[in-house]
Design a protein around this ligand. Structure first.
Ligand SMILES: NC(=O)c1ccc[n+]([C@@H]2O[C@H](COP(=O)([O-])OP(=O)(O)OC[C@H]3O[C@@H](n4cnc5c(N)ncnc54)[C@H](O)[C@@H]3O)[C@@H](O)[C@H]2O)c1
Length: 242
């Protein structure tokens, strides 16, 4: 019997794959049979060699998602592309009154919002031409309800992602390509290291483990999600219930 949740014979590109949610997603996708294209600012070679040793086909790339030309060059060079996890992001825990904050604002928007546009704009035409594909944007609960402690640049960027997913989904759906997002709550990764969160503000009373975000992302990469279109899936321990 065909397993619709399997990623066998699918090639999945993941940005921000060197750690946290991206790395966990790479591991889950590998377990589900995908071949992987792993990208980060620096090529995630260590993870790639570990996954290759257990039989996964892996390619790696190092590029900055704010670099449109680099993004397009890499996408053009790929032999195959069935699913894309647009995951790279960063979240400075600063205050909007800090010196130089406006520059940080621009960088946060560049990475978390324009980087999303660069990658999806590069991937969509070939997916639409092939008549299938799954794109998963990694947003945040911060874009839903303002976050528990995120700064406004990050909230604005992720709110933008939550709006864009609908625009992209409408554009892609007639060609058989589905675009969705996952909006995680606070998750135990490098991004939240050193930050304290009030567990009482989270109905499940704890941060998510990266794998708990990776599993729904992997589901949205699979044929099991073939009729889910333009959704932002909340994976936040109950902090925000839509
Ligand atoms: N950790 C959380 O609490 C949380 C909550 C909601 C959403 N998210 C989102 O999940 C995604 C993954 O975050 P994470 O928690 O795994 O963080 P992380 O810091 O562990 O991983 C982010 C990865 O993105 C990469 N990256 C950052 N800027 C980049 C750039 N310009 N070009 C290429 N790669 C870049 C980093 O090198 C890093 O490996 C992000 O989009 C983040 O906003 C995280």
């Amino acid at each position: 019997m065909k397993n619709e949740f399997s990623l066998k014979d699918k090639s999945v590109l993941i940005t921000g794959a060197a750690g946290g949610i991206g790395e966990a997603t790479a591991r889950v996708c590998a377990e589900l049979g995908a071949s992987l294209v792993l990208a980060d600012l620096v090529e995630p070679l260590e993870l790639a060699s570990e996954l290759k040793a257990s039989g996964t086909i892996v390619e790696t790339y190092g590029f900055d998602v704010t670099d449109r030309m680099a993004t397009e060059r890499i996408i053009e060079g790929l032999d195959r592309l069935d699913a894309v996890v647009v995951n790279a992001g960063f979240c400075p825990w600063d205050d909007w009154s800090d010196d130089g904050w406006d520059d940080v604002f621009n960088r946060v928007i560049d990475v978390n919002l324009q980087g999303v546009l660069h990658l999806t704009r590069a991937c969509l035409p070939r997916m639409c031409e092939s008549g299938s594909g799954n794109i998963v944007l990694v947003s945040s609960v911060a874009g839903r309800m303002g976050g528990l402690k995120a700064s406004p640049h990050y909230v604005a960027a992720k709110g933008g992602v939550n709006a864009l997913v609908k625009w992209m989904a409408r554009k892609a759906a007639p060609y058989g390509v589905v675009v969705n997002a996952v909006a995680p709550g606070a998750t135990a990764t490098g991004m939240t290291t050193g930050q304290s969160f009030n567990a009482d503000a989270i109905p499940l009373q704890r941060l998510a483990e990266p794998r708990e975000i990776a599993l729904p992302i992997s589901f949205l990469c699979s044929s099991a999600a073939s009729y889910i279109c333009g959704t932002t899936l909340d994976v936040n321990g109950g902090v925000f219930m839509n």
